[in-house]
Design a protein around this ligand. Structure first.
Ligand SMILES: [Zn+2]
Length: 315
């Protein structure tokens, strides 16, 4: 059987075709056109089937990740694509012209599933947190994606963590994790501390997280303080999550994870300092699938659902 993982991003759609043993046959990208994206994906799938001489009977199903809030296959809100309360499962079925199992997920949740399922330890429960322009994430419990009543579970950037700086978050709240432990957050901190610590950093539009982390590695006083505070916030968030979910592991992804050992060593040390004693051994890993995590996650989740259908006779 063939499974398709589809990750709809703001500018491109990533498509992966997999075998049932989770090996990738081929992956490719098409541009995202918000008014015809589902038809374009369908066209790309049909072209692939023809090229590889694969019949529709050989397809098990599709996993689709979208950049927005998803609940039970409905895109509740997807600002980038201008979608609101759209039944993506139904619309994609119509575009395809045939019926197969279709799973629609939030893209970060799908990536979380990929990182957990393809981790060397095959984690059944994991918390994935992405540190980029903002902070996102996903929560896997007993091989299931936790979506929550309104599809908000895993929106880890909006854990309220801070009452010192009171920076406003993109969600409207004050003191979210994202206001400290993201590119935006680290810029907030640069601005806050720039008069107090000496630095070679210049706060402007082009200042990146990499600039800040590189400077912190070299001992720049301001960059060091900013990185420490961002990691303190992340450590507290992980410590709180450790007693809510008690996962097998934490996985950190996103642009900041390019700092590799520097990030991993700092966050592991800080986490152990603030978590309860019994949670100290929960390991922290860096994401390894990166941009492909979504399509791999879709594949793994489809296989999990197929297994459940075969075991229970229902989805
Ligand atoms: Zn927020």
């Amino acid at each position: 059987m063939i499974l398709f993982g589809i990750d709809i991003g703001g500018t491109t759609v990533k498509i992966g075709a997999f075998k049932e043993d989770r090996t990738l046959i081929e992956k490719w990208e098409i541009p995202t056109k918000s008014n015809s994206v589902l038809e374009d994906i369908s066209q790309a799938i049909h072209t692939f089937l023809q090229k590889e001489s694969i019949s529709i009977e050989e397809i098990y199903g599709f996993g689709i990740g979208i950049p927005g809030i998803v609940k039970d296959g409905i895109a509740v809100s997807c600002v980038n694509l201008g979608w609101q309360n759209r039944n993506i499962k139904q619309e994609f079925e119509k575009a395809l012209g045939f019926q197969k199992p279709i799973i629609v997920l939030n893209d970060a949740n799908m990536a979380a599933y990929g990182e957990a399922a393809f981790c060397d330890l095959k984690l059944a429960s994991a918390i994935f947190i992405t540190l980029g322009t903002g902070v996102g994430g996903g929560i896997i419990v007993h091989n299931q994606i936790l979506e929550g009543t309104m599809g908000l579970a895993g929106e880890l950037g909006h854990i309220l963590i801070d009452s010192t700086y009171n920076f406003q978050c993109s969600c409207g709240a004050i003191g979210c994790l994202e206001t400290l432990a993201s590119t935006k957050g680290m810029r907030n901190l640069v601005q806050f501390y720039q008069k107090k610590y000496s630095t070679r950093l210049i706060l402007n539009e082009s200042l990146t997280t990499k600039d800040i982390i590189d400077a912190a590695k070299e001992g720049d006083p301001l960059a060091h303080q900013v990185f420490e505070e961002a990691m303190n916030a992340l450590a507290r968030a992980l410590a709180s999550l450790s007693v809510i979910i008690n996962p097998d592991a934490f996985i950190i992804g996103g642009g900041i994870s390019n700092a590799k050992d520097f990030l991993l060593n700092t966050i592991t040390k800080k986490y152990k300092e603030v978590c309860i004693k019994q949670a100290q051994d929960i390991p922290i890993y860096l994401a390894k699938l990166k941009n492909d995590a979504g399509i791999f996650g879709a594949c793994a989740y489809l296989i999990q659902k197929k297994f459940e259908v075969e075991r229970n006779g229902k989805c």
